[in-house]
Write a protein that binds this ligand. Structure first.
Ligand SMILES: Cc1ncc(COP(=O)(O)O)c(C=O)c1O
Length: 455
């Protein structure tokens, strides 16, 4: 399978890479896939093999890998003003224009924007901003952050502490004061005989119990993804946000919507909070904000946090925070173009148009006795593999069922992602009808093959 010659791409990658979030047995067996370029939703490797990337890179390459308008926007801005920061009251014109645009397309009437290089840093920044604001307001004890079990908020020490995944224990994380409320995944965590409505009510009750136990005036903020992405594409149970928002309001806890995946069209609306009909106090954005053409994250504060943060900054005379490349002019120029491309070139419309076919494809494959559940929203979906459908029993971890399925897909020119025992699909917004057929046909073949081997 892999080319083991000392100078093969695979060997060179092995020799010089510290692989992150990579299953090493798979790499030892198969070698890394080294890519040279992309064409629409396809990527091409050093051996000339083409893969339909059903994961849009890492959720972000929503306009495909060669969008001419985005390439042109980057080239033009590199020629005009290739780099600057946003410290000391200086910033590029593109940065100002993007902030204006982000507030305009946000659900907020007014707001302020702070830039980072990634989604993790945007969450980290938001946590620091909350700590800063509460301290300025005379509440320095308001430091605890609540997120949910199975959530993913990134990898910096703070964002990893927010992330509700067990793998962070190898780093000695979470840091103290990072709390994880229950995960609103009804299929997996509903009690026997409990209706979805009862489950949702229980989610609210358990969140409130946690707040009361910890002390409401020690909580700095609550963060949630509208649909949990890297937790395995988990849409909330029906009415979840309507159940928890009044509780957060009751205790004066700011609600932050982490829209790194859901933002800019993924769930069928510009924002996931629109899809689920709730109004957060701030939005965390990244990934699609530049259609993956530049590393960028943004904290978009709604009016309440915007006013309070500005007052806190005035009190201390500055908000002592920023990254060298915060508000990078090339990133901002690309983001301005990406927003235009997604909203005005039919990409967001295509998400909505393709969603019924996407859901039908997932539902069709979920008929298999080894698929326990299909789930999704807009163009993000997952199929959960199970050993026993009736009892929802997972496969033994040693079976590596989702890795085998993903590897079999790769062999046939389809990239999709194993997440726990689920296979995740989040195709680019430019996907066509026939490319979607190709995606489901290849995935269906892989499922048949692997389940015949392991079931
Ligand atoms: C919801 C969410 N928040 C934050 C992040 C972290 O973003 P980054 O990888 O850019 O640091 C991710 C990444 O997948 C994410 O899905």
């Amino acid at each position: 399978m892999r080319d083991d010659a000392p100078n093969s791409w695979e060997s060179r990658a092995d020799r010089f890479s510290l692989y992150g979030f990579t299953d090493l047995p798979t790499i030892h067996d198969r070698g890394a896939v080294i890519l040279t370029h992309g064409e629409g939703p396809y990527v091409v490797d050093v051996h000339g093999r083409r893969y339909l990337d059903a994961n849009s890179g890492l959720w972000n390459m929503v306009a495909g890998f060669d969008h001419p308008g985005l390439i042109e926007a980057a080239q033009a801005q590199y020629a005009r003003f290739p780099g600057y920061h946003a410290f000391f009251g200086r910033m590029s014109d593109q940065t100002v224009m993007l902030s204006e645009k982000l507030v305009e397309v946000s659900p907020f009437e007014t707001g302020r924007v702070f830039y980072t290089n990634s989604g993790s840093e945007a969450n980290d920044t938001m946590v620091k901003a909350l700590w800063f604001m509460h301290a300025a307001e005379g509440n320095p004890q308001r430091r605890k952050i609540i997120t949910r079990i199975n959530s993913y908020h990134g990898v910096t020490a703070v964002a990893a502490s927010m992330t509700g995944k067990p793998y962070n224990s190898v780093f000695g994380l979470p840091l103290p004061g990072f709390l994880h409320a229950p995960c609103p995944h009804y299929w997996r965590f509903g009690h026997p005989g409990e209706s979805e409505a009862e489950f949702t009510t229980r989610m609210g009750r358990e969140l409130e119990a946690m707040i009361i136990k910890e002390g409401p005036d020690t909580i700095a903020g609550f963060f949630a993804e509208p649909v949990m992405g890297a937790g395995g594409v988990i849409p909330p149970s029906a009415g979840y946000f309507q159940a928890i928002m009044p509780i957060l309001h009751k205790y004066g806890i700011p609600m932050i919507s982490d829209e790194v995946i859901c933002g800019f069209g993924r769930t069928g609306n510009t924002w996931g909070c629109e899809t689920y009909d709730f109004m957060p106090d701030a939005i965390i954005s990244s990934k699609n904000i530049t259609a993956g053409f530049f590393p960028m994250g943004a904290v978009i504060l709604g009016p309440m946090l915007s006013d309070r943060m500005q007052a806190a900054a005035e009190k201390f005379e500055e908000f002592p925070h920023g990254f060298t490349a915060s508000g990078h002019p090339v990133g901002c120029a690309i983001a301005l173009k990406a927003i235009d491309v997604v909203m005005n070139e039919g990409l967001a419309d295509n998400v909505r148009a393709l969603t019924p076919k996407f859901e039908a494809g997932l539902a069709y494959l979920a008929d298999h006795p080894n698929i326990g559940e299909w789930r999704g929203k807009g163009l993000m979906g997952a199929l959960e593999a199970v050993q026993d459908k009736a009892n929802k029993t997972p496969f033994a971890p040693g079976v590596s069922v989702s890795e085998r399925i993903a590897n079999s897909c790769t062999d046939h020119g389809l990239i999709c992602r194993p997440l726990g025992q689920a296979i995740v699909l989040c195709p680019p917004f430019i996907m066509t009808d026939s490319q979607m057929d190709e995606m489901f046909n290849k995935l269906g073949d892989a499922l048949k093959k692997v389940f015949a081997e392991v079931a």
